[in-house]
Design a protein around this ligand. Structure first.
Ligand SMILES: *Cc1c(COP(=O)(O)O)cnc(C)c1O
Length: 345
């Protein structure tokens, strides 16, 4: 099966080889060294500063979203950008933790622009939650614009960059990001199980340290203390931590992002299907199936050994997503386009 999915993705042979090995014991200096290296590499990739902190949670990406919103208090006023199922998840988390929040809905066909903020009292907001790339429909938000707004109105910016990390350029300084979330099984191409949070001092001071989380397992204070020496409070997903270390040492992030963009451009130029006109992430191309036969095509492709990423909800019949992250090449797209034409006849 060839996976054009957003996660898990086609994995590298190096990652696969590592996964079959005996796991080492981890409460020692050797493993701490691996984790501190992971921290430094992640910081380098997102242009975090030396004093910024990284913590590793064992859980899927949502565990990090949960941990972060769990550190917002009901006294804080949040703005949530909701352009699909991952935006909705932030809304649900805010409701779950009783965080007072205002939702900016972004319609399927539109980009997020300054106009969306016109009737929002930005000076009353403490925190803004956004998914840099709304993976459910492939939409990439203008992080420069959001970052500038947040800076101007003194709002802490929390970014779920789970599907943009290593696919789209991210610069925490440039984009004024206070807290950034990513995870292991999207462009990092590892197994699911590791969520990563990069935090600036302001977020640590005003959210992590000041407010008790409503969670025991996801309280970030003990994670921060433990990461001072490269450890986690509980047993981490050791194999994923080792895979992360191998991957981060092997790849160059900028090259990886350029290659992903190149594949996305190549595919979009060649494909005979319509795709949305809103800003797209390099991570995937959503294709429209105007005959509402997306599910049917999905199953026909599966029979041919190709797995695209189906959509949920109201997009299920009209859209399939083609990933550009993972170990894929131009010839994989040539093959996909050929077979897609065959099955849609
Ligand atoms: C994949 C993804 C998540 C996390 O989903 P999990 O199922 O918990 O791994 C969160 N946000 C975005 C934008 C994603 O693409």
């Amino acid at each position: 099966m060839k996976y054009f999915t957003v996660g898990p993705v086609e994995m590298d042979k190096e990652t696969l080889e590592l996964a079959g090995k005996q796991l080492p014991y981890f409460r020692n200096d050797e493993f701490s060294k691996v984790m501190l290296e992971n921290e430094n590499k992640i910081k380098e990739i997102v242009n975090a500063k030396a004093e910024d902190r990284v913590i590793f949670l064992t859980g899927s990406g949502t565990s990090a979203m949960d941990a972060v919103v769990g550190h917002c208090s009901s006294g804080e006023h949040a703005i949530v950008i909701n352009g699909g199922s991952f935006g909705k998840r932030f809304c649900e988390l805010c409701s779950f933790y009783n965080v007072d929040h205002e939702i900016i809905n972004v319609g399927l066909e539109e980009n997020l622009t300054l106009q969306h903020f016109e009737n929002v009292d930005l000076d009353a907001a403490d925190i803004l939650l956004v998914n840099m790339h709304e993976t459910s429909c492939g939409k990439l938000y203008d992080m420069q614009m959001i970052g500038e707004l947040c800076k101007k109105h003194n709002i802490k910016l929390v970014v779920d960059a789970i599907s943009s990390f290593l696919a789209d350029p991210i610069d925490m300084e440039d984009m004024n990001i206070d807290c950034l979330i990513t995870s292991s099984h999207k462009a990092l191409g590892l197994e699911p199980g590791l969520a990563i949070i990069v935090m600036k001092e302001k977020f640590i001071k005003e959210n992590v340290m000041k407010k008790n989380s409503h969670n025991y397992y996801l309280d970030l204070k003990s994670h921060l203390t433990n990461m001072n020496r490269g450890q986690t409070p509980f047993t981490p997903a050791i194999s994923v931590c080792l895979g992360l270390n191998e991957k981060l040492k092997r790849i160059n992030a900028n090259e990886k992002i350029s290659k992903t963009k190149e594949l996305a451009d190549y595919f979009r130029k060649k494909i005979n299907y319509n795709y949305p006109s809103y800003n797209l992430s390099n991570a995937l191309t959503p294709l429209y199936f105007d005959d509402k036969n997306a599910k049917n095509i999905y199953h026909k492709l599966l029979d041919k050994g190709i797995c695209l990423n189906p959509c949920g909800g109201e997009l299920a019949d009209i859209m399939l997503r083609v990933s550009h992250i993972g170990n894929l090449s131009k010839s994989d797209y040539d093959n996909l386009i050929f077979i897609l034409e065959e099955v849609s006849k």
